[in-house]
Ligand binder design. Structure first.
Ligand SMILES: Cc1ncc(COP(=O)(O)O)c(C=O)c1O
Length: 361
């Protein structure tokens, strides 16, 4: 069995009736398999020592990435987390404050790295959804001998919860930060999903940040890697910080080869994942006991509650796994299903049928 039209093996399970089937994995878009073309390009890649800037495939990826997001230069990092942290380290000095939303990935899901690695404090703003200029303005510190120095504004688009931030909000945050002399870093892990949802070129989003991190993995299916882009001067300094963090890789062109395919072939197909997510949301919402937060279905993520007792909720991931479907357990009272390149409309129908069966038991 295979996914994504390739010839490579994927994990299978065996149904009671002894039929081998592949898993349908809707835990996240981080589970995507590299495509056959990525595997072919990785196999053929011409590589060199990237720490010495000697890897032609990596140089090609970084140039392409910088051009696509409208920045002077770009740099590969092994993960989105390292991309964000290198950016924070490069923009700030120890003791600075970084202003960001309370639900930001750098606050909740990066293990306290801003404090550990850069010695900065995060000033979290209660946003509900995403940072807005009226919340940002009062959070910027005045020049006062007692107060920490505000060093950076960090925004996300889409947010880690899959919400797309309007361009106008990004513009106002950016202008406000610049008036105060502050740089803006954009965590755009799913930047191309945001551009797809907004119906714009990514450059229209990235014009409102000084540095951006976006992932080649996740919805774009590369096996490893993210990009940080910004001014040439910023990227030169970021490169040194990446080395400090142990992110200077040698023959990294094998990874870059897949990244180039991600940018060339995978950024234009995300609408399919968004359409599948909307379809799943609409159909799930019709099932007895399920309530989907329809307003939050903006990219490939579907958040919902199930009105059943705790035992049902706890058992659901295991019950779905028996049917060959991988889902995550409940978090903050919500289930999250995520569509991706390896999940077809037919797969979504199978998920819906299984959910209907289990809810009826
Ligand atoms: C919004 C956001 N930022 C950053 C990251 C970090 O990416 P990585 O898992 O590659 O470290 C993620 C990962 O899911 C994310 O959702």
């Amino acid at each position: 069995m295979e996914t994504g039209g390739g010839q490579y093996p994927v994990a299978c399970f065996v149904l009671k009736e002894k039929k081998a089937m592949r898993y349908i994995d809707i835990r996240s878009d981080t589970v995507t398999q590299p495509t056959q073309r990525m595997r072919d390009e990785m196999y053929k890649a011409v590589v060199g020592d990237d720490v010495q800037r000697d890897d032609p495939t990596m140089n090609k990826l970084e140039k392409l990435a910088a051009r696509m997001v409208g920045k002077e230069a770009a740099m590969f990092t092994p993960s989105g987390t390292m991309g964000n942290q290198v950016s924070i380290m490069t923009h700030t000095r120890r003791g600075d404050e970084v202003i960001c939303g309370e639900m930001s990935h750098i606050v909740i899901h990066e293990v306290g790295a801003p404090a550990v690695l850069s010695g900065v404090m995060v000033r979290t703003i209660k946003t509900g959804d995403y940072l807005r200029p009226e919340q940002l303005a009062p959070a910027i510190r005045p020049d006062d001998i007692h107060m920490p120095h505000t060093g950076l504004v960090e925004v996300e688009n889409p947010t880690a919860t899959g919400l797309v931030v309007p361009l106008e909000v990004m513009r106002q945050n950016y202008e406000l930060a610049h008036q105060a002399g502050l740089p803006v870093h954009l965590d755009g892990a799913r930047l191309f999903n945001a551009a797809t949802a907004l119906g714009c070129d990514v450059k229209e989003i990235t014009q409102y940040c000084d540095s951006v991190m976006f992932c080649l993995s996740k919805g774009l299916c590369a096996p490893v890697g993210s990009i940080v882009a910004g001014s040439r001067e910023f990227i030169d300094r970021a490169r040194k910080n990446r080395k400090l963090l142990g992110g200077g890789l040698r023959q990294a062109g094998f990874l870059a080869a897949a990244g180039i395919v991600a940018l060339e072939e995978m950024t234009g197909r995300l609408q399919e994942d968004h359409d599948n997510a909307r379809y799943m949301a609409v159909e799930l919402n019709k099932l007895d006991g399920i309530q989907v937060d329809m307003e939050s279905v903006q990219i490939s993520m579907v958040f919902f509650t199930i009105d059943r007792d705790a035992a049902f909720i706890e058992a659901l991931p295991a019950k779905m796994l028996e049917k060959g479907i991988k889902i995550s357990g409940i978090e903050d009272g919500m289930f999250r299903f995520v569509t991706n390149h390896d999940v077809s409309r037919e797969d979504v129908d199978y998920v819906l049928a299984c959910m209907k069966d289990l809810l009826a038991q």
